[in-house]
Ligand binder design. Structure first.
Ligand code: VG1
Ligand code: CO
Length: 609
């Protein structure tokens, strides 16, 4: 087939957000839309590499438009001279699996027909991956589709990349595709090749292998398999009909031998079965109920916890987020990170390499991690929201004593947890980390059928370190102007104004200061500003509390205001309270100060997580 140059004109509004470009499916289906974006993406990558790309992966989370977009992108890639184009069978891969394949996959696997092991971590040969996902946003007609790009180490493209890409979308005048369309069957056997041009080939690859290798490098599968068979252990995993489901099946059932009945909604569907594939207390309501929880995360006391599964978990649409719960017990993502950090000895990946060398969290996440890191002498970094900021830290040899692979843990309050095994957050990794913690905690415990549970482990942790009550209010679909006004008002009144002179409200909660978060990357020195407005408070008890305001960068219409609430409590007699109840006073005080209702017309949030 010959290269065909198609004239086009720039389309506005293609600036990628926190994690790629997300728009309604119908927008992507518009004339030249997908092509303009992908051509600009390829041009940006080529410019950055300094040469034509040789090998890329194209994969998606299985949402509506996935199977249509993949061949279109493959043809553009071939027309742009990319020689090896890898597409997973059925076109579906979770985001962490793409990251693993970029880091590990070798061309020799093409001929191996699904057998044998992949390459060593960090020695893959693909220069990048185009990932078709709008992550936790709903899919289907009228819903979202999205594209993000991961670079050669498997990490999400940074701000410099996405900004350059955006600039190209504003000046694009043509894109390249092929004069003949080759029919690519996404369900063809692994190893099937399609010749698009004399120099460009599409290969259907095994979605699982490299990711499985990555997980096996982190955990002791034999130990987990044995623990999975222990009397009294059971698990429920909710795939939310996203890409994570097939990987959960492969790992939890086929590798670890858990019964098929442990899985729910693990078949990917283009519209996620009409659910909102965001694993939180609101949208994973069925799982939440199965774990004996009420929608606010507290236990439904009418259900005896002995009848509940030991571990409950969910993933989002592209399998990078996780929800973790025990019997009648919800673990907040910020606590989950702190617990994994404190229990690194239970996780072979860290234990076998002398422990964690560093941890990092996004700024709005709670300080539960910081407290553990400081007690255990582990350097702790606080970054802006979004996974792209963690990659530099994990890959830095300079900062961590010249090691190739730094044992590193990072995470976000938005149900994202991960480590140095890939350069993305990884829903299934978090599940296996928790299973490992449980397995270790029960090693010496030989009593038939009684297991130390998630609840015991977390409560002991709080007793030791104190509890950071945490929750997030989301105001979705707010008029963009109104949302900006709220942010401007906070900045003017409290950050630039004198916050400490604020009168104390009836609650006795005192605003002590306010700052706007900005970040200088310790590895490359790049600066990012306006990453969230922080209001610091002092509670009547003298304990610190904090409220953060941010605008979401992953929506596809209107604005979403996020309000993150955090309050520290040392006194263990108060740890039993549910988070929304404990934080109500703080929430009311913050909403009053920022005049939320007056400025947005909203008297309550859309979602509380
Ligand atoms: C949200 C989360 C952020 C996460 C991002 C991508 O961004 O807050 O922590 O990294 O989604 O996750 P924002 O800008 O809407 O707050 V995913 O699983 O949607 O790729
Ligand atoms: Co996601």
């Amino acid at each position: 087939a010959e290269v065909r140059i198609v004239p086009t004109t720039p389309i506005p509004d293609m600036r990628p957000g926190t994690s790629g470009l997300r728009k309604k499916v119908e927008v992507w289906q518009g004339e030249h839309y997908l092509e303009n974006f992908v051509q600009s993406l390829i041009d940006t990558a080529v410019e950055k590499e300094g040469k034509t790309l040789d090998t890329i992966i194209i994969a998606g989370d299985g949402r509506y438009h996935n199977s249509q977009a993949i061949p279109i992108i493959a043809h553009l890639a071939a027309a742009n001279g990319i020689r090896h184009i890898w597409i997973p069978q059925f076109g579906i891969m979770s985001t962490p699996a793409v990251s693993a394949a970029i880091r590990r996959r070798r061309r020799s696997e093409d001929e191996e027909d699904g057998r044998g092991g992949g390459g060593r971590d960090g020695e893959g040969i693909a220069q990048g991956g185009i990932v078709l996902t709008a992550s936790h946003n709903p899919g289907g007609p009228g819903e979202d589709f999205g594209i993000k790009y991961n670079e050669g180490l498997g990490q999400p493209a940074g701000e410099d990349f996405t900004e350059a890409l955006y600039q190209k979308t504003l000046t694009i005048s043509s894109y390249k595709t092929l004069s003949n369309i080759v029919d690519i069957d996404l369900s063809a056997p692994v190893g099937t090749q399609y010749t698009l041009t004399p120099t460009s080939t599409v290969t259907i690859i095994d979605p699982y292998r490299n990711y499985l290798d990555a997980l096996k490098s982190c955990f002791d599968f034999d130990q987990l398999r044995k623990f999975g068979q222990r009397k009294g252990f059971s698990m429920v995993f909710d795939g939310m009909h996203g890409a994570g489901g097939i990987f959960a099946k492969r790992v939890l059932v086929e590798e670890l031998g858990l019964p098929e009945s442990s899985l729910m909604r693990c078949n990917p569907l283009p519209d996620f079965g009409k659910c909102h594939p965001d694993p939180n207390l609101t949208y994973a309501s069925e799982l939440v109920k199965k774990m004996g929880l009420l929608p606010d995360g507290s236990a439904d006391e009418s259900i005896p916890s002995s009848s509940l599964p030991t571990l409950g978990a969910a993933n989002d649409g592209d399998g990078d987020r996780n929800l973790i719960a025990g019997a009648g017990f919800f673990v907040t993502p910020s606590d989950s990170m702190a617990l994994i950090c404190d229990n690194w000895e239970s996780i072979p990946q860290f234990a076998s390499r002398g422990g964690l060398k560093g941890v990092a969290r996004s700024m709005p996440s709670s300080a539960a991690l910081d407290v553990v890191a400081s007690a255990r002498n582990i350097p702790c970094f606080v970054t802006p929201t979004g996974w792209k900021f963690f990659g530099n830290l994990m890959s830095s040899k300079e900062m961590f004593g010249g090691e190739d692979y730094t044992p590193f843990l990072c995470g976000e309050e938005s149900f994202g947890t991960g480590s140095d095994h890939v350069r993305e957050k990884d829903g299934l990794w978090a599940v296996l980390a928790w299973m490992s913690i449980l397995a270790k905690a029960n090693e010496g415990n030989v009593a038939e059928g009684t297991l130390v549970g998630v609840k015991d482990i977390v409560q002991n942790h709080w007793e030791k370190y104190g509890r950071h009550f945490y929750c997030r209010y989301d105001y979705e679909g707010v008029d963009s102007n109104a949302a900006n006004k709220v942010m401007d008002f906070i900045r003017e009144s409290f950050v630039n104004g004198d916050a400490s002179s604020m009168e104390i409200g009836e609650s006795g909660i005192k605003l002590t200061n306010a700052v706007e978060f900005s970040y200088t990357d310790p590895v490359d020195g790049s600066k990012t500003s306006k990453q969230g407005l922080i209001l610091n408070f002092e509670l009547p008890s003298g304990d610190p509390a904090r409220v953060v305001f941010r605008l979401s960068g992953t929506g596809s219409a209107g604005a979403t205001i996020r309000m993150y609430l955090e309050q520290y409590e040392k006194d263990s007699t108060k740890h039993g309270m549910s988070a929304p109840v404990a934080l109500r006073g703080l929430a009311e005080e913050a909403l009053r100060l920022v005049k939320m209702e007056e400025k947005t017309g909203r008297d309550s949030p859309t979602v509380i997580t």
